[in-house]
Design a protein around this ligand. Structure first.
Ligand SMILES: *[C@@H]1O[C@H](CO)[C@@H](O)[C@H](O)[C@H]1NC(C)=O
Ligand SMILES: *[C@@H]1O[C@H](CO)[C@@H](O)[C@H](O)[C@H]1NC(C)=O
Ligand SMILES: *[C@@H]1O[C@H](CO)[C@@H](O)[C@H](O)[C@H]1NC(C)=O
Ligand SMILES: *[C@@H]1O[C@H](CO)[C@@H](O)[C@H](O)[C@H]1NC(C)=O
Ligand SMILES: *[C@@H]1O[C@H](CO)[C@@H](O)[C@H](O)[C@H]1NC(C)=O
Ligand SMILES: *[C@@H]1O[C@H](CO)[C@@H](O)[C@H](O)[C@H]1NC(C)=O
Ligand SMILES: *[C@@H]1O[C@H](CO)[C@@H](O)[C@H](O)[C@H]1NC(C)=O
Length: 346
């Protein structure tokens, strides 16, 4: 069916740059790798069974390889002229006239002036309808140069096979053809020769409620935080792992809900136990009164999950004595310190 003749360099920069060093490289490595229909290497192939019209030659290339060759630089031409065998009718390449413009059929881009490589006095459209392009391989003169030809003429198909496959780069990056292989420009969030690794973010602890579409605490993982009853979130409740390996924000914290600060009552004391911070959820405060005073409310208050005290703070009131009446035909002269007829009244 076909023959393989080595590898070519990146097609990215059509018609720019002439790179001879690369050619020396593929002349050496690539002959070694160059088995027919090799996948995973950019190789040249030609149909050596029969000659085809340009259209059929293209079909042949597209059926068995990638397409008719597109030539990107002078070095590549030198290389092809070196490695391909001479063939009486020469070889079709991937340029044809479309709407009167010479066009690379693979990329549908017009041939630029700099990339032109016509043989002497070509293209001449001799006899009209010379709408396709052949390359003179090992011709006595104009070797490696191009000629416009009638598309119905039969010539060898000169094909290439790209290295990049649909599955290359784990479909997580852009596949770029290189000499004899390809390399991967990984999309953000992925790395590795085949973009097989996913960027990781730091583990979050204690484990919140997360979804990990691409891997544990990795790019695109999202985590939702919730606090226990009596605690409220300080910060964002949802974090996402970014392609940089950072979370969108610092992990939030759960802080105990606060209750209003309590003061010691007049003539009394407050004895509080705080579990999660001063006057916060689950703090309990016990009230006691000085000698001679009694509490007029609850002994202890507890701070609830809603940030309210369970009950009202008590007050300390002076102990009451029975009211004294004035003597008959006499007088009562009292001094009250804490209220009528109470503790310390005389
Ligand atoms: C065509 O190429 C194949 C593979 O390189 C080779 O085995 C075969 O002999 C060639 N056929 C002819 C007619 O040159
Ligand atoms: C080709 O390149 C890919 C991606 O960088 C790599 O995984 C693979 O091993 C390479 N193959 C060869 C034959 O060098
Ligand atoms: C990552 O998540 C974003 C939306 O947040 C989505 O658009 C993108 O496709 C995801 N990437 C991958 C590789 O899953
Ligand atoms: C993101 O992570 C990089 C290191 O991976 C670090 O240098 C940078 O400061 C981080 N940016 C933010 C906003 O945290
Ligand atoms: C406060 O209360 C705790 C127990 O509720 C008790 O052990 C402690 O002695 C009290 N402190 C004072 C100063 O009364
Ligand atoms: C709150 O206090 C109760 C008993 O008073 C205890 O059982 C519970 O574990 C406490 N909760 C927290 C979150 O401290
Ligand atoms: C009541 O007693 C105080 C001192 O105990 C005295 O100063 C005051 O004058 C007395 N008032 C009357 C009306 O006697």
């Amino acid at each position: 069916m076909g023959s393989t003749v080595g590898l070519r360099s990146s097609p990215r920069a059509w018609g720019c740059g002439w790179n001879v060093a690369r050619l020396l490289c593929f002349a050496t490595i690539c002959w070694v790798l160059g088995t027919q229909m090799e996948v995973g290497a950019w190789t040249y192939h030609y149909g050596n069974k029969s000659d085809y019209s340009w259209e059929l030659a293209r079909n042949f290339c597209r059926s068995f390889y990638t397409d008719l060759v597109a030539i990107q630089n002078q070095g590549e031409i030198v290389y092809l002229n070196n490695v391909l065998p001479r063939h009486r009718t020469y070889y079709w390449i991937g340029i044809r006239k479309i709407n009167n413009v010479w066009t690379w059929v693979g990329t549908n881009k017009a041939l630029t002036k700099e990339a032109e490589n016509w043989a002497n006095r070509e293209p001449n459209n001799k006899g009209k309808n010379q709408d396709c392009v052949e390359i003179y391989i090992k011709r006595d003169h104009d070797a490696g140069r191009w000629n416009d030809e009638n598309c119905q003429k039969k010539k060898r198909a000169l094909c290439y096979q790209a290295s990049c496959q649909r599955s290359s780069c784990s479909q997580r990056g852009e596949c770029v053809e290189t000499i004899g292989n390809y390399s991967c420009d990984c999309y953000p969030g992925f790395y590795g020769p085949e973009c097989e690794h996913v960027v990781r973010c730091k583990n979050l602890d204690p484990r919140p409620d997360c979804s990990h579409p691409l891997g544990e605490f990795s790019y695109n993982s999202t985590c939702k935080f919730q606090c226990q009853e009596g605690f409220e979130l300080q910060g964002l409740d949802t974090l996402q792992c970014l392609a940089s390996g950072n979370w969108t924000a610092a992990a939030p914290e759960c802080a105990a809900v606060k209750c209003p600060v309590l003061d010691s009552p007049g003539r009394g004391r407050l004895n509080c136990t705080h579990w999660h911070g001063d006057f916060t959820y689950n703090s309990t405060c016990a009230f006691s009164c000085e000698t001679g005073f009694v509490r007029n409310g609850l002994e202890t208050l507890e701070c609830t999950a809603l940030g309210q005290w369970k009950g009202r703070p008590p007050r300390c009131e002076a102990v009451k004595c029975p009211v004294l009446a004035a003597l008959e035909r006499g007088r009562l002269n009292c001094t009250h310190w804490h209220g009528d007829f109470t503790y310390n009244s005389t």
